[in-house]
Design a protein around this ligand. Structure first.
Ligand SMILES: [Zn+2]
Length: 264
């Protein structure tokens, strides 16, 4: 999650900048300061701040998207409410791998899970481990939980990344995965989209390699992960979606699939 990517977009498209050249810029990880008073009908569940409006965010300047205090976006608030409302994630100390850690979540997850928490990023120099998701430097079964939001669409060989996630999960472990997802269509993916400008036109982002579609559960299953899809409507009433400013979204909860032939 980068701030100020929109500002760089003309340069990215004109010069065909590589992802690493952009994502190593520390300044892009800093969020803008709060501008709205801390009162109003909106409530950020991540930091508890109230607001009359949230800040715009994204390449198109999406309105009322970002909490002016912690910097959370709609998808982070959805993820937070899922983890806190439907899982024991905040009640137990776990071994947690957090990929491309969002600043609004990283400190809170680290505080909860202490030494069990590991952040990982390909480019961010402040991550605990700098590595590629397709070659994780961890033992099999090292983690109870993997949290990976809006990372897989940046990985050209996402099947290798998914197999690595399956490998580093404990048999009892689970992962929560989020990515651009359109359940009305099959996955949109085309190797001919091989420049930032082409990918911007095809997928709405210069460094996305696909938009996941309705075949996603099968894609995950082929990598050894059994998936359950949770939508914002499954989790939250219309009132809560408005109050927390959460738009239509989905997350995938995955577990290691039982080996073929079933358990003994
Ligand atoms: Zn917040």
């Amino acid at each position: 999650m980068l701030h100020g990517l929109a500002r760089l977009l003309p340069t990215i498209e004109r010069a065909g900048l590589a992802e690493a050249a952009v994502y190593r810029r520390r300044a892009l990880y800093r969020r803008p300061p709060a501008l709205t008073p801390a009162s109003g009908p909106l409530l950020c569940p991540v930091c508890g701040r109230r607001a009359s409006r949230f800040l715009p965010f994204g390449l198109g300047g999406r309105r009322n998207a970002q909490c002016p205090d912690c910097g959370s976006l709609e998808r982070h608030r959805f993820l937070w409410l899922y983890l806190s409302g439907r899982t024991a994630f905040f009640r137990r100390t776990l071994r947690v791998l957090h990929t491309a850690p969002e600043p609004c979540l990283e400190g809170r997850l680290r505080t909860r899970h202490r030494r069990g928490y590991v952040s990982l990023d390909r480019f961010n120099p402040d991550a605990d481990v700098q590595a590629d998701l397709t070659a994780l430097p961890f033992a099999d079964g090292a983690f109870d939980v993997v949290v990976s939001s809006h990372v897989l669409e940046h990985v050209p060989d996402d099947r290798a990344a998914l197999a690595e996630i399956a490998r580093v999960l404990k048999p009892s472990g689970w992962a929560v995965l989020m990515f651009p997802f359109d359940p009305r269509r099959p996955t949109a993916e085309d190797p001919a989209m091989d420049t930032p400008a082409k990918r911007m036109a095809a997928y709405g982002h210069p460094y996305h390699y696909r938009i996941y579609g309705r075949d996603t559960p099968e894609r995950l299953a082929a990598c050894g992960l059994a998936a359950t899809v949770v939508s914002t409507r499954d989790l939250l009433s219309p009132h809560r979606r408005r109050r927390h400013r959460i738009n239509a979204n989905h997350l995938f909860v995955v577990r290691r699939a039982a080996p073929a032939g079933g358990a003994p």
